[in-house]
Design a binder for this molecule. Structure first.
Ligand SMILES: [Fe+2]
Length: 302
């Protein structure tokens, strides 16, 4: 029997020292921000109002938790796999929210719950070329509103070992990897090339970036311009990743981690046999793009 598997990454949650700063940053990025009843912020997509992140108040920026969605009948099987893989189960820290909560062997908190929403249903290429012919370029004031959370990348002491835990626990599958550097994971129900990725780093288990899909390369570029106009000038892009094929631009957040605008990521349909590639180190960060800034792979939680 195949392992049971999650079908989506629902949200990530961070602890941050200044919620006002978090609200400003994510609003400028193109997401909606509303207060949570018990304190903290809920970050949502404008189009669907779907929660993609939570911000909690804490002394410094750290990953608070990840939340994954699964089909109704799969949650208990996934929970059993997580325990078997070495997770520890916790009482729910979010009162009233269904689902089961675990701590992974490195101390990261994660949540698995039944969720009927899952996306995407396929590769979203139809809008990549918005206009054909003359006058194809958009105006500078194009509105950029990320439409969904794509993936999260975390820093970890051993990318292969941590990826293997999430393969066993959540039924994720290895997409591509560069040994000793980075591992990319997808789920088997029809998935982006990666919904979760681990990059190797000395220092504590930490949050590196969250990535949001926008419809076009123009939106990636104009989003980056807009963030710079709001004072968020540091980052990396425009470029194209080799693993996943997506176009990207990263914007550095106020705490030294990043958000990424992406479009046109490889999609792995359900039932596709997939052979993980061993990606050469020179391709592990990008296929093309500007030089990687020296602060990009710094562990901002060390
Ligand atoms: Fe990414």
């Amino acid at each position: 029997m195949n392992p049971a598997a999650v079908h989506s990454l629902r949200r990530f949650a961070l602890s941050v020292p200044d919620l006002g700063q978090a609200e400003h940053f994510y609003r400028c990025f193109g997401l909606d921000v509303v207060p949570l009843e018990r304190g903290g912020l809920s970050v949502r997509t404008a189009a669907h109002g779907r929660e993609v992140a939570r911000m909690h108040h804490g002394p410094r920026k750290t990953l608070h938790h990840l939340s994954f969605g699964a089909f109704a009948g799969d949650v208990d099987r996934i929970a059993a796999q997580a325990l078997e893989a070495g997770a520890r189960e916790l009482e729910s820290p979010a009162e009233g929210e269904p689902g089961r909560w675990f701590v992974d062997p490195d101390g990261r908190l994660f949540h698995v719950t039944e969720d009927e929403n899952r996306s995407p249903k396929g590769r979203s290429t139809e809008e990549l070329i918005v206009h054909v012919g003359p006058n194809a370029a958009p105006e500078r004031n194009l509105e950029v509103r990320p439409r969904r959370l794509g993936h999260v990348m975390l820093l970890t002491a051993d990318a292969g070992r941590t990826a293997n835990f999430y393969v066993r626990a959540l039924g994720l599958r290895l997409s591509d990897a560069t040994e000793g550097i980075v591992s990319f994971l997808h789920h088997p129900h029809g998935s982006d090339h990666h919904v979760l990725a681990f990059v190797q780093s000395s220092g504590p288990a930490a949050f590196h970036h969250a990535s949001f899909e926008v419809p076009t390369v123009d939106a990636v570029g104009i989003g980056a311009n807009r963030m710079a106009e709001h004072g968020y000038k540091q980052g990396w892009g425009l470029g194209r990743h080799y693993a996943g094929s997506n176009f990207f631009h990263y914007v550095r957040d106020p705490w030294g981690s990043f958000v990424e605008y992406f479009c046109d990521m490889d999609y792995i349909p359900a039932g596709t046999p997939w052979e993980p590639r061993k990606v050469a180190p020179e391709n592990s960060l990008s296929s093309w793009g500007p030089d990687v800034p020296d602060y990009f792979l710094v562990n901002s939680e060390a």
